[in-house]
Ligand binder design. Structure first.
Ligand code: GLN
Ligand code: ZN
Length: 765
């Protein structure tokens, strides 16, 4: 018989119960006991949802983040946290968020752990910290309790633990400590943990080492060997679990490590399965992740069975089946969706449905396809309906794609020629000031949008309420004397969702939430079909804003790569194809803005960097099509139209050249937190166009002083000619309040004016 298992399940709850409980607890509206009760209920619900499979996971649930949990399991709490008063829960949230509950005494004085993306997902984990004082000590109590509770629901429980090598790899050294020196201590704690698990009756442990899909140096490979050779004496069976990609040059290593079983992401690494079977010693289990844990589409079960049957014939009992990775990255239950179009609904599978697919596959292998005849027939009908649907395939979009030519994605003239024309059309002072797009999204704005959505507000009433917001925003910017204005984006809930709602080929869900970090969730739109721009989306708003002022108004759009990376996209064509379709749709909007007389258009590519593949060897390919897509969207305009782009991160030294190739006239980036460290990259690579290094860290409530901004800009001016510098915040202002934004921008404008005078004088003298 085939064994089925789940690698992990979403924690947040069908109704985002965990989010609301956490936020209420942080506000002191509920007690710790109530919070923990909610967590207990959610875990039980999760186990019940997974009970269709043979093995359910324990320890995959987390109040905030599983990497943070691992730090607590291993007793690796930074000293600045552990010396504070309070219990373990207080420490936990302090490390997660910099504070425990809202009115803590030592509230502001501790910095939170750094938050970073979990491999190539949109989930963020708290980075483990190491230094010369780091010692590990086992704290298995909470995990053991969860295992015990899981046993009351199900008889086969498999703890999920982040492997020691990936844990080390994900962490950061705060001093000159070499991470590899910490390995022995770490292995020792894992040995203890496995003994405790054995005593608790555990037989199988899922040990996650996703680092095995990365390009690893010899020292990391050595660390893996050392760890697993040492852990082979463990009294439990280890299921070495990899996901998110192919093993490639690590394949042989994975097969050789002395563990009882290996899990492979058979969605992304399907081509490697046969090779792994060839290498894997005959006593080891091979678990195949055959259902995609990263998207929301139903699997073509017959096609998977065609492929799996011979594998099963070879492996027999040694074959386990699972989703490709933890289901953390997909929404929980499709049955919650009541408003989705019936066709599209039928094509989807969320976490609960994906587990059912695993079960059907296992039954078909064990007892023949006949035993699940109805389920397979239904599945086949749905797969075919999607393949043939006119909702998905639009001939006009496909033929337009074939007509893409360099003339479409390259500007007509060089930057310097364009800059001259633009200076004529849009006269601006030295160090021109602008913002990144959004202004504070007040409660009133959100309420208006909600009322409109719920039908409580007519289209006319909504329109005029929003125009009033735009007008107020324009007046404030004029009063601040900013040079290039924006309309403020009050009509947008989210930069991707908003455009998704307006373009054909997208749909959105009601409850399709996915955890981004801690209590924060996102609801990615679903891109199901060929993308079509059918009507002007932003032109009305921007034109209205422009009509209110003599200053230039910047049109504001989300770029194709960001739309792609922050949506659930189709799996029936390459991402690069989908991205080109998005690019054509955004291009239509860009050209409509231009036609409406808008001289400056910003196309945000906030997520361009995070789309980079895990392996560097694949970066170039991604960057090539991403830059092409941006070009298609942006570069059809006349010389006199100024294209801006915005990226909200500062580590792009390694992709600087690609960013140069986008050829935007102006790029605004995040730099204020890194004190312009980013600009070091400019020593090697001379960014050829204009650049606005963010001088106001919008993630913090702090108001930057005029002097601080001048300082930052002077640093920038050492690397970049002053006539190519802009002054702007790091990112959009929507999460800030007007009370913070006004003085900050006032200082920013004053700094710009000071710099303009200072540098004009230097130039003259
Ligand atoms: N224009 C968007 C805004 O200002 C950009 C947001 C982002 O970069 N994440 O909100
Ligand atoms: Zn940003």
């Amino acid at each position: 018989m085939i064994t089925t298992h789940s690698l992990g399940f979403p924690r947040i709850g069908r109704q985002r119960e965990l989010k609301f409980a956490l936020e209420r607890y942080w506000k002191k509206a509920i007690s710790a006991e109530t919070l923990l009760e909610t967590a207990t209920h959610l875990r039980i619900q999760n186990w019940q949802d997974q009970a269709v499979l043979d093995w359910i996971p324990a320890g995959d649930f987390s109040l905030y983040d599983h990497v943070l949990d691992t730090s607590f399991l291993l007793g690796n709490i930074p000293e600045r946290i552990s010396r504070l008063s309070g219990n373990e829960l207080d420490h936990y949230f302090r490390l997660a968020r910099g504070r425990g509950v809202s009115d803590d005494a030592d509230c502001a004085c501790v910095s939170a752990g750094e938050l970073t993306k979990w491999f190539d997902t949109n989930y963020h984990y708290i980075v483990p910290e190491f230094d010369k004082n780091t010692r590990f000590s086992l704290n298995a109590g909470p995990l053991l309790q969860q295992i015990q509770a899981a046993r009351q629901q199900h008889n086969q429980v498999k703890p999920v633990i982040l492997g020691p090598v990936t844990y080390l790899w994900l962490g950061k050294c705060k001093d000159a400590t070499d991470k590899h020196d910490l390995l022995d201590g770490l292995i020792h704690v894992y040995e203890q943990l496995f003994r405790d698990l054995k005593d608790a009756g555990v037989t199988w442990v899922q040990i996650d080492e996703p680092v095995l899909v990365m390009e690893l140096s010899d020292s990391w490979k050595h660390a893996l060997r050392k760890t697993y050779y040492q852990l082979q004496a463990a009294p439990v069976n280890l299921m070495l679990t990899t996901y998110f990609g192919q093993l490639q040059e690590n394949l042989q290593l994975v097969c050789e490590l002395p563990v009882a079983g290996v899990h492979l992401d058979a969605v992304t690494a399907r081509d490697e399965v046969v090779k792994v079977m060839d290498w894997l010693p005959g006593h080891k289990i091979l678990s195949l992740g055959v259902i995609n844990g990263r998207n929301i589409w139903k699997t073509d079960l017959n096609a998977v069975l065609d492929w799996l049957e011979p594998i099963h014939a070879r492996l027999q009992e040694r074959l386990w089946l699972a989703p490709s990775c933890s289901l953390l990255h997909v929404p929980i239950d499709l049955n919650s969706e009541q408003a989705l179009d019936a066709d599209i609904h039928s094509w989807l599978a969320f976490a609960v449905q994906k587990l059912q697919e695993v079960k059907i596959l296992a039954t078909a292998l064990d007892h023949g396809r006949q035993s699940v005849y109805d389920a397979l027939l239904e599945n086949q009908g749905i797969i075919e309906s999607r393949q043939q649907s006119e909702r998905v395939h639009r001939a006009a979009v496909k033929s337009r794609l074939l007509e893409i030519s360099p003339a479409m994605y390259r500007r007509k003239s060089s930057y310097s020629q364009r800059a001259a024309v633009q200076r004529e059309r849009i006269p601006l002072p030295l160090f021109p000031t602008t913002t990144i797009g959004s202004f504070p999204q007040t409660q009133a704005i959100r309420q208006t949008r909600l009322d409109y959505r719920k039908g409580k507000l007519s289209a006319e009433a909504y329109q005029s309420a929003m125009q009033a917001e735009v007008e107020q925003c324009v007046r404030e910017q004029e009063a601040l004397d900013l040079d290039v204005l924006v309309h403020g984006e009050p009509e947008r809930n989210d930069m991707v969702e908003y455009f998704g709602e307006q373009l054909e080929g997208f749909t959105s869900t009601q409850f399709g939430w996915v955890q981004s970090y801690g209590s924060r969730c996102v609801k990615p739109p679903i891109l199901y079909g060929d993308v079509l721009h059918t009507h002007e989306i932003t032109v009305g708003w921007i034109q209205y804003a422009q009509s209110l002022t003599g200053k230039p108004m910047k049109g504001m759009l989300t770029g194709p790569v960001t739309m792609l990376n922050w949506s659930f996209v189709r799996d029936d064509q390459p991402r690069s194809e989908t991205c080109k379709q998005l690019a054509l749709a955004i291009r239509d909007e860009v050209l409509a803005l231009e036609k409406a007389g808008i001289a400056i258009i910003q196309i945000d590519e906030a997520a361009l960097r995070e789309g980079l593949p895990l392996r560097k060897s694949q970066w170039q390919d991604y960057l090539d099509w991403a830059i092409l897509a941006f070009g298609i969207a942006a570069n059809g305009v006349q010389d006199s139209t100024q294209i801006h782009t915005h990226m909200c991160y500062s580590e792009f030294n390694d992709i600087m050249e690609a960013i140069g190739r986008m050829d935007a006239d102006v790029i605004t980036i995040e730099t204020s937190r890194s004190a312009m460290e980013l600009l070091d990259a400019f020593d090697q690579y001379h960014y050829p166009n204009e650049i606005g290094p963010g001088v106001y860290d919008i993630h913090s409530p702090n108001i930057p002083s005029e002097e601080a901004i001048i300082d930052l800009m002077k640093k920038a001016a050492q690397r970049i000619p002053v006539h190519r510098l802009w002054v702007n915040p790091d990112c959009g202002l929507k999460t800030r309040s007007w009370e913070e934004v006004k003085p900050a921008l006032k200082n920013m404008v004053a700094a710009s004016r000071y710099l303009a005078t200072a540098f004009k004088e230097t130039k003259a003298s």
